[in-house]
Design a protein around this ligand. Structure first.
Ligand code: DLL
Length: 434
């Protein structure tokens, strides 16, 4: 149940002591080795000596994705290149990508935190772990791989794609743990059925799904289709990759590995610190990374901290499931809405599939949202008046949740693009139509 019980159940006082020492070391290293941090510290008039207590972390300026892009490719490295043994890159679609560098020790830590994640999902030496996150510059494949290797699982490094083969492998090898994005998991279930393989007959017992936003309803759907336990895994390239936080058996928030990462929540507008329980932007600081220490990185992910004791016995703080990203927030006619709200509505209504896309247009200087949702096979062959009623029902439910009217278009089964990695939920055509 625990990979490293001593640390995962550490008491608060000891944890704080470890965190403070590690934070001081990291700040010193960053200040001395990375000109970017020295400049930032100088601008606000602080030095590493000003970090005396954990709260002093708040004196340090934030680091943003834009800052990282500015020093592309290697400007954030705190180790000489000969000490960097591996490179990964974010899957960013706009601007320059972000490069992450790892020393041998960083890779060791990555394996450790990922071993904790997989153990939380029930992995042991007896398990067969199919890694269907992409291997390559993306962190997903390698991160899970290092953790599974540490545990001693049998690893199937399938990488993403070639879906039919993935399913044959699952069936022939008896894969017990599947790791991929939640949208890819759903796609796999669909393909398995097309191949005449009932997904619940596979040997899968658990899955670690993440790298993209998903809802509780999506979890139930994946669990039902495969007959497995679906766990939520969180991470990002800038911090380490997958392995920053993971759900325990309680499935009630993701424990952050606080002996390696310190989490804060801020108001994304003002940058002010928010108390536990309040929703805002997650800010992360690494306290053991050598190759690329990250001080107060603004993740743009929206969540809150859960400090209450968890019945699994772990003492690490939890984050609630990510609600969206500050840059995924769709602002329409003055109302903010997030894809997760729409996903929630879709999964509540019978007769549609959990495959959807949100298209934003601005036909007459006014934003319009169209939600494309796939009908189930049964709905598709139903009478037109029933389909029309279903569309109205969905529009009403979405309006109840988000507060504005959106247009729902029901499309044929299997007509929306499927994803082998991060699903593209929002198609913003505003800039194109202007
Ligand atoms: O997606 C790392 C990862 C790989 C995490 C495999 C989990 C599993 P990036 O490509 O840098 O890294 O994207 C990071 O993805 O800031 C979130 O917005 C989003 N994200 C990651 N995990 C979750 C999750 C990897 N469990 C960005 N729920 C993050 C919601 C997630 N969003």
């Amino acid at each position: 149940m625990f990979w490293n019980k001593e640390i995962e159940c550490i008491n608060e006082e000891q944890l704080k002591e470890i965190q403070l020492q590690r934070l001081k070391d990291t700040v010193k290293r960053a200040y001395e080795k990375v000109p970017y941090y020295k400049r930032k510290f100088d601008e606000v008039g602080i030095t590493p000596d000003d970090i005396k207590r954990l709260d002093d972390l708040r004196k340090i300026p934030f680091t943003s994705k834009a800052d990282l892009r500015e020093v592309y490719p290697f400007g954030m490295f705190a180790s000489p290149l000969r000490e960097i043994v591996e490179i990964h890159m974010s899957s960013g679609t706009t601007g320059k990508p972000v490069v992450a560098g790892y020393t041998m020790n960083d890779i060791e830590i990555w394996g450790e935190v990922m071993a904790r994640c997989l153990t939380m999902a029930g992995a042991t030496k007896d398990d067969i772990v199919q890694v269907a996150y992409g291997y390559g510059l993306f962190t997903g494949g390698f991160g899970v791989h290092y953790g599974a290797r540490k545990i001693g699982c049998m690893i199937v490094p399938a990488s993403a794609g070639n879906t039919r083969r993935q399913i044959e492998i699952m069936r022939d090898f008896g894969t017990t743990i599947l790791t991929c994005t939640p949208s890819y998991a759903l796609y796999m279930a669909e393909v398995a059925q097309e191949m005449g393989i009932e997904p619940t007959n596979l040997k899968l017992k658990a899955g670690c799904f993440g790298a993209e936003m998903w809802t509780e309803a999506m979890r139930s759907e994946i669990e039902k289709r495969f007959g497995l336990n679906a766990y939520n895994i969180y991470g990002l390239t800038e911090i380490i990759g997958p392995g920053v936080a993971h759900e325990c058996v309680e499935k009630n928030g993701l424990h952050i590995f606080e002996d390696h990462f310190i989490a804060e929540i801020i108001d994304p507008e003002t940058g002010d610190h928010l108390p536990d329980g309040k929703r805002g932007e997650l800010v992360l600081t690494t306290i053991t990374r050598e190759g690329m220490p990250m001080l107060r990185f603004r993740t743009r992910d929206i969540t809150s901290l859960i400090r209450e004791k968890c019945s699994c016995g772990r003492t690490f703080v939890r984050i609630e499931r990510i609600r969206g990203r500050t840059d995924d927030m769709i602002k329409v006619r003055g109302v903010m809405l997030f894809p997760y709200q729409i996903e929630k509505a879709i999964l509540e209504v019978q007769g549609v599939e959990p495959h959807y896309q949100i298209v934003i247009t601005r036909p007459q200087h006014l934003d319009e949202i169209e939600v494309m949702v796939e009908m189930s096979k049964e709905t598709f062959s139903d009478e037109v008046k029933h389909i029309e009623a279903l569309k109205k029902k969905l529009e009403r439910r979405i309006e109840e949740i988000v507060g504005i009217r959106v247009k729902v278009t029901l499309v044929e089964p299997k007509s929306l693009p499927r994803s082998e990695g991060k699903a593209k939920r929002i198609i913003d055509k505003r800039s194109l139509s202007e």
